[in-house]
Design a protein around this ligand. Structure first.
Ligand SMILES: Nc1ncnc2c1ncn2[C@@H]1O[C@H](COP(=O)(O)OP(=O)(O)OP(=O)(O)O)[C@@H](O)[C@H]1O
Ligand SMILES: [Mg+2]
Length: 495
């Protein structure tokens, strides 16, 4: 029995060398097995036994002369993200040398010229701090889904951690100086070579690079309005101490509302690029409990934008939904927030409640993490429960509306490279826009139809004529959500 166990352990050991931190465990158990073997009557012939014993002793000799220390760096710290883990993920890819590993991850995305090397799982990644050698290993442990529902693939509980091993005698240097070095390096790498990412919060936090081309330069909107948004974002960024002093969580909420095709999603991208924040796109329908919603928000790193698009599509946030009635008829208790989802309702909509959403945005837990922006977009602001829109939750409400004459100049410049005065049709289009309601998206579409400037602008004129006729005939406009005659407007409700 013992002989077979020892043989298996030895085979496994040589075929699959373990991480340094497990060497001692392996050594200890093998030594114990061999001690037993020595005392058992003749399980393995003595020459083979001696040969194995010397091999194992040789193998371990380098390690047995000193002891190893290991630091475990998990992806979360309590309920929050572990910034040391995130830093290591940024820092380590440059330390991966594909030639030295059995298994490497490689990939290429459209926006990058070169092939990228990713962090492989369960592989030793060697780094040096001065002449001190450290070994990193990325490890994933699969857990159970939070709700115990095997059908729910959207919220798999994967726990990741790094195992950092080094010689015990360097413990102090590694635990302080080296880890500080990793943090600092990751910060400068992030600032230098930062490609923004788009995370989907509903499929196990998958991410891709944010490749949407929109930016503040390309968005057609009233110039003053654009400047107010940029100023607001800059003020937000510079107010770390201010938020601390006044005892407010360092976060800001924006509601973008207006008809389809007026640039709400484009504005989200422009804001992300301006702030250099990643975007986390959350679909409430994939959330099955208030607790999960809170988890998603807590795990969102700092310098992130959380976006809930078309928030009016979720009954839970409607002004007259049953959740709202429940909340209005009874005080909100923690029990309310933990009502388990009705299995019959699973998949039909979010399992979270309005109170869960409100608490996630500005309840006790919202103080965790910092530099966060929350953006809701909607075509129907009037459908949303006012509780969600109050200052402190949605600090700034931005209406994106039909294309204004001044905003058309931005589109003409983007699409045709024309400046005001470059073409006689420009003024004609601007004057038509004064009394025709069309979205920037529909005009942009017309401008794309031809490379020939004359043809493209004539296309816009014909389109505007047709829209004007339709609006006169219907007494209506192409989008039903905007208040007729509204201009793009901003309502600042704080600061
Ligand atoms: N204000 C704008 N400035 C420049 N381009 C715009 C603007 N609005 C819309 N567009 C163009 O129309 C496309 C669709 O716009 P976008 O997705 O941002 O609209 P939206 O308001 O989010 O619409 P929806 O309500 O349907 O989600 C954009 O990719 C862009 O090409
Ligand atoms: Mg949109």
């Amino acid at each position: 029995m013992e002989a077979a166990a020892a043989r298996n352990a030895i085979m496994e050991f040589f075929q699959n060398p373990p991480s340094p931190s497990t060497l001692f465990n392996a050594y200890a158990s093998l030594s114990a097995s061999l001690m037993i073997l020595r005392s058992t009557p003749n399980p393995i012939p003595p020459p083979i036994r001696r040969f194995l014993w010397s091999k194992i002793q040789n193998y371990f000799s380098t390690y047995s002369s000193r002891s190893l220390a290991t630091i475990i760096i998990e992806d979360s710290w309590g309920v929050e993200r572990n910034l040391l883990f995130d830093a290591a993920k940024v820092y380590l890819p440059s330390k991966v040398s594909p030639g030295s590993l059995r298994k490497v991850k490689m990939g290429k995305i459209p926006s990058r010229k070169n092939i990228s090397v990713g962090l492989p799982e369960d592989e030793n990644i060697v780094d040096f701090f001065g002449d001190v050698k450290v070994i990193w290993r990325l490890i994933c442990v699969q857990g159970e889904t939070k709700d115990g529902n095997p059908g729910n693939k959207s919220y798999s509980k994967q726990k990741w951690h790094f195992q950092l091993s080094f010689d015990e005698k360097n413990r102090e240097e590694i635990s302080s100086d080296y880890l500080q070095h990793v943090l600092a390096e990751s910060t400068s790498l992030t600032q230098e070579d930062r490609e923004l990412k788009l995370f989907s919060c509903h499929s196990g936090r998958k991410s891709t690079y944010l490749q949407h081309p929109a930016s503040f330069e390309t968005i057609a909107m009233d110039a003053d309005m654009k400047q107010s948004i940029i100023d607001d974002l800059n003020r937000f960024l510079s107010r770390r101490d201010f938020y601390k002093r006044i005892g407010k969580a360092w976060k800001r909420g924006y509601l973008l509302y207006g008809p389809p095709g007026t640039g709400k999603s484009s504005l989200v991208v422009a804001m992300a690029k301006h702030l250099k924040f990643d975007v986390h796109d959350l679909e409430l329908s994939s959330i099955f409990s208030d607790e999960q919603l809170r988890d998603v928000l807590l795990r969102m790193p700092s310098k992130s934008i959380l976006v809930i698009e078309d928030v009016d599509c979720y009954e839970e946030v409607h002004a007259r939904s049953k959740n709202v009635k429940k909340i209005k008829n009874a005080s909100i208790t923690s029990q309310d927030m933990n009502i388990p989802p009705d299995p019959m309702e699973m998949g039909k909509g979010p399992g979270c409640t309005l109170s869960g959403i409100l608490n996630a945005i500005d309840g006790l837990w919202s103080g965790c993490g910092e530099e966060r922006i929350i953006i809701f977009t909607t075509n129907h602001k009037d459908k949303i429960d006012p509780a969600l829109l109050r200052p402190g939750r949605m600090d700034m409400q931005i209406e994106l509306s039909y294309l204004k004459p001044s905003s058309f100049s931005v589109l003409a410049n983007n699409y045709l490279g024309l400046r005001d005065g470059d073409h006689p049709h420009l003024e004609k289009i601007k004057s038509m826009l004064q009394n025709t309601e069309v979205t920037p998206a529909s005009v942009a579409e017309q401008l794309l139809r031809s490379d020939d400037v004359d043809v493209a602008l004539e296309g816009v004129i014909n389109f505007l004529k047709q829209k004007k006729m339709e609006q006169v005939n219907n007494g209506d406009d192409e989008g039903s959500a905007a208040t007729p005659g509204n201009s793009e407007s901003i309502k600042l409700s704080e600061n």
